[in-house]
Design a protein around this ligand. Structure first.
Ligand SMILES: Nc1ncnc2c1ncn2[C@@H]1O[C@H](COP(=O)(O)OP(=O)(O)OP(=O)(O)O)[C@@H](O)[C@H]1O
Ligand SMILES: [Mg+2]
Length: 254
């Protein structure tokens, strides 16, 4: 099987209104093939809306989203999304949850499913019901389901937000490894600045529907979280977020 290549995403003049409310003001963003971009920003600033627009689950009020220079309208077939909750079907076994929505010959689907379950370390759980899995294991199934069809773009909306610190770090390492291997382009929304710096090639800060910081993370992988450069980059981003929060103290905090 050839290596899948991530898409080149381009967003121009994107705006989204819900009635009177302007949620995405004016976003221009380019994401290279195989690039990993983290999006941070306080609650309500429009992060999930941005991902939903890219996935084609919402229609832009203004602006264009193109992939490899093709204008995408409607549900985007190149995309898979992973959310904070695993959203598994309780009446389907683990392997059937992973294979959900896959097309092709049964044996190919079975092979791909067992391969990805092995990669996320759950090959022994393929015939289990989701109910017997831990929270971290369920998120691994969700990750396997998101990656089994080798999507060209993966959108992650706080996928690790509900996990304990250790499981979270393990999942971060797994996501990094699998995405690098598949060459997938990825956008990760997270509230955890350290997670953003550990995983992303670039970190973007979204404030009131606009990008106000776009910071490259030029650190070799896998990243050493206690290195001076890592700590200093994370500190810069956090300072920037806190600074804005302090300036608008009446608003919700991150
Ligand atoms: N379908 C909708 N109709 C009306 N308003 C919406 C809709 N979806 C989102 N909004 C509003 O858009 C704003 C941004 O919401 P969004 O979910 O994108 O924020 P977020 O940055 O993901 O926040 P959080 O960090 O809490 O997940 C919010 O004020 C929300 O109420
Ligand atoms: Mg959100």
């Amino acid at each position: 099987m050839g290596k899948a290549v991530g898409i080149h995403l381009e967003i121009r003049g994107l705006q989204k209104r819900f009635g009177e409310r302007l949620v995405i003001e004016n976003i221009d963003l380019q994401v290279r093939e195989g690039e990993f971009v983290a999006i941070v920003g306080r609650s309500g600033c429009g992060k999930s809306t941005l991902l939903r627009l890219i996935a084609g689950l919402e229609t832009p009020t203004e602006g264009k989203i193109t992939q490899d220079n093709i204008w995408v309208q409607g549900i985007n077939p190149a995309v898979r999304v992973m959310f904070q909750e695993p959203r598994l079907l309780p009446w389907q076994k683990v392997s059937d949850n992973v294979a959900l929505g896959m097309d092709g010959k049964t044996e190919d689907i079975e092979e791909r499913t067992s391969q990805i379950l092995q990669q996320v370390g759950l090959e022994d759980y393929k015939d289990e019901w989701p109910a017997v899995l831990s929270g971290g294991q369920r998120q691994r199934v969700a990750l396997a389901r998101a990656l089994v069809s080798r999507p060209r773009l993966l959108l992650l909306d706080e996928p690790l937000g509900a996990l304990d610190a250790l499981t979270r770090i393990e999942m971060q390492q797994l996501i990094e490894k699998l995405l690098q291997k598949q060459g997938t382009t990825a956008l990760l929304v997270t509230h955890d600045v350290e997670e953003a710096v550990a995983l992303a090639d670039r970190v973007i800060l979204l404030e009131e529907g606009e990008i106000t910081l776009d910071l490259p993370i030029p650190l070799p992988r896998p990243r050493q979280r206690n290195s001076t450069k890592f700590v200093s980059l994370a500190g810069r981003i956090l300072d920037r977020i806190m600074q804005t929060s302090a300036n608008e103290s009446s608003r919700q905090v991150l």
